[in-house]
Design a protein around this ligand. Structure first.
Ligand SMILES: *Cc1c(COP(=O)(O)O)cnc(C)c1O
Length: 397
């Protein structure tokens, strides 16, 4: 008999009932250190007092009115995002995949309004992940996501990750935009080198096509800059945001410059929930913290501390781990044994991480993780690796 919850997830046998900062408490009372943050969502950890207060205050005042009216909380957050980023304008969604839908629509409408009605194609990359809606899976193109769900939304093609020559060859008079994650998340924490992102930007300028960056996972302070593309010193045309921006409350956004957004006039797009007062109030509070220079500087400092520790861990366990990659607090441990076995060992040691493709174990702690908790994480990872080594040894004898 089918379960009451549609069985689309392979869930770990854990039920967390409470969160406190970087810690999750299981129904049986065990305390897990959370280096998953609900997949890079709980940017300020669990039950951050300022977020709880802002949510409570807003809940007492107004939950929902719809976009038939002005929403002051939405304007406050949009103004702040415009002030802190390349963007001139913001549309609020409820998720990453909805941000993908709008980014694709925006790029196509841009060309339509210029009379270039055949420019509809979006170039994406292998290993990417852009969400589970029709545009999201079409952009990703991976068999795993699209099989059985045809016909796919047309107008997407995928090239090898970081293959600039293929990109140069693929751009033609049908190309509307390029979409990519500055660091592939689900794909296994695969950063695009800064120089490569700069070259992609130059190519887009040269051909007049739009550059869409999917910063759903790597954005909102995750890499130690507010948005990951800032490391390359470039300015994109459109970015997709979600996950961390709501700190755990469902919220997403599309940020764009005025040129890219020029086709999106009244009536061209909408969302009933998107940008509701509750979500935007919480999002503003998240940004009040994460948008601070000192906060981001501290993320970079803690990332150095964690990476240094992880390098020691890899050196101590060369049969379990191969390398560490990523940026800021978006790190991936490339495993030599099966990543999900390492993850099971982590659960044994009351430590939460997230698996990714390419046999990687993702480490995505809350951005306000303390130095003490980083030390605890390294100890628990070491214990998990020892556990894996014992399993290896008993398999050999
Ligand atoms: C999670 C993710 C998405 C999809 O976000 P949802 O909120 O699950 O729809 C899209 N792109 C990237 C890079 C992601 O990590």
């Amino acid at each position: 008999m089918i379960s009451s919850v549609l069985p689309t997830y392979a869930r770990a046998p854990l039920t967390f009932v409470k969160g406190e900062g970087s810690w999750l408490i299981e129904a049986d009372g065990r305390r897990f250190l959370d280096f998953g943050s609900g997949i890079a969502v709980n940017a300020l950890g669990h039950a951050h007092p300022a977020l709880v207060k802002r949510l409570n205050d807003q809940a007492q005042t107004l939950w929902h009115v719809s976009n038939l009216y002005n929403i002051s909380q939405q304007k406050e957050l949009a103004d702040k995002l415009v002030e802190l980023t390349f963007a001139d304008t913001v549309f609020f969604t409820n998720s990453g995949t909805e941000s993908c839908e709008l980014a694709v629509k925006m790029a196509r409408k841009y060309w339509y309004d210029k009379g270039a009605t055949k420019r509809v194609e979006i170039i994406a990359f292998e290993g990417s992940f852009h969400g589970r809606s029709s545009a999201g899976i079409a952009a990703t193109g991976a068999d795993k996501l699209v099989k059985g769900f045809g016909p796919l939304l047309p107008g997407f093609k995928q090239l090898g990750w970081g293959d600039l020559d293929a990109l140069k060859a693929a751009i033609d008079d049908k190309t509307a935009a390029i979409i990519l994650e500055p660091i592939q998340g689900e794909g296994g924490i695969k950063p695009l080198p800064d120089g490569c992102l700069k070259d992609v930007r130059e190519l887009c300028y040269k051909h007049g096509i739009l550059l869409i960056l999917d910063e759903v996972q790597c954005g909102v302070g995750r890499t130690g800059k507010l948005f990951a593309h800032e490391w390359a010193g470039i300015s994109p045309d459109i970015i997709m945001v979600a996950k961390g921006i709501g700190g755990g409350f469902p919220l997403g956004a599309v940020l764009a410059n005025e040129n890219a957004a020029s086709g999106m006039t009244a009536g061209t797009h909408g969302s009933t929930y998107g940008g509701n007062p509750l979500a935007c109030a919480v999002g503003t509070e998240v940004l009040n913290h994460v948008g601070e220079t000192e906060f981001l500087t501290d993320v970079r400092r803690k990332a150095e501390l964690l990476i240094q520790g992880l390098e020691g861990l890899i050196a101590s366990h060369p049969d379990i781990f191969e390398s560490v990659r990523g940026r800021g607090l978006m790190l991936g441990l490339k495993c030599k044994v099966t990543n999900t076995d390492v993850l099971s060992a982590c659960y044994e040691k009351e430590f939460v991480a997230v698996p990714a493709a390419d046999n990687v174990l993702r480490l995505l702690p809350p951005l306000n993780i303390t130095d003490e908790d980083i030390a605890v994480a390294l100890t628990r990872l070491d214990q998990a690796a020892q556990f894996c080594t014992k399993v290896l040894e008993s398999a050999e004898t």
